[in-house]
Design a protein around this ligand. Structure first.
Ligand code: AMP
Ligand code: ZN
Length: 114
C-alpha cells in the first residue's frame, strides 16, 4: 500500500526508532507514547485491520504474539506486566489502517478498558 504510513516505515521511507525486527514483524516506539513503554508492533505485510487477518491461512496472529513476548523482554516489562491492545475500525479507535498491536507498560495502567 503506497500511501500507508506503516508500509512506508517498513520500507524505510519514514524513520522510526526500531525496537525489534524479524522476517515477518517490525516493532518501533510510538511517536505519541501513552506510557513509559509504548511500542507499536506490526506485520511487515499490509493487513488493514484485525478483521482482515485470514485466520485459516495466516501466521500473523501468532507472529504478533511472539513479537510481543520479545518486545516485553527487550523493554524489561515481562515480569511487572504490560498491556497489549489492537484497535479495530471506528469504534475501536483505529487511526492507522495497517494492523498493529500496541504494547504499553512501565507504569500501573488504569483499570478502565475504555
Ligand atoms: P491506532 O489508534 O491504534 O490506529 O494507533 C495508531 C498509533 O500509531 C498511534 O498511537 C500513533 O501515535 C502511532 N503512530 C502514528 N504515526 C507514527 C509514526 N510515524 N511513528 C510511530 N508511531 C506512529
Ligand atoms: Zn500498510
Amino acid at each position: 500500500m503506497s500511501d500507508c504510513i506503516f508500509c512506508k516505515i517498513v520500507k524505510g521511507d519514514i524513520p522510526c526508532t526500531k525496537v525489534y525486527e524479524d522476517e515477518a514483524i517490525l516493532a518501533f516506539e510510538d511517536i505519541h507514547p501513552l506510557a513509559p513503554v509504548h511500542v507499536v508492533i506490526i506485520p511487515k505485510t499490509h493487513v488493514a485491520t484485525l478483521m482482515d487477518i485470514d485466520a485459516a491461512g495466516s501466521d500473523i496472529a501468532s507472529q504478533l504474539m511472539a513479537a510481543a513476548q520479545n518486545v516485553a523482554k527487550l523493554k524489561k516489562v515481562e515480569k511487572q506486566g504490560f498491556r497489549t491492545v489492537i484497535n479495530c475500525n471506528a469504534d475501536g479507535g483505529q487511526v492507522v489502517f495497517h494492523l498493529h498491536m500496541h504494547l504499553l507498560g512501565g507504569r500501573k495502567l488504569d483499570d478502565s478498558m475504555g
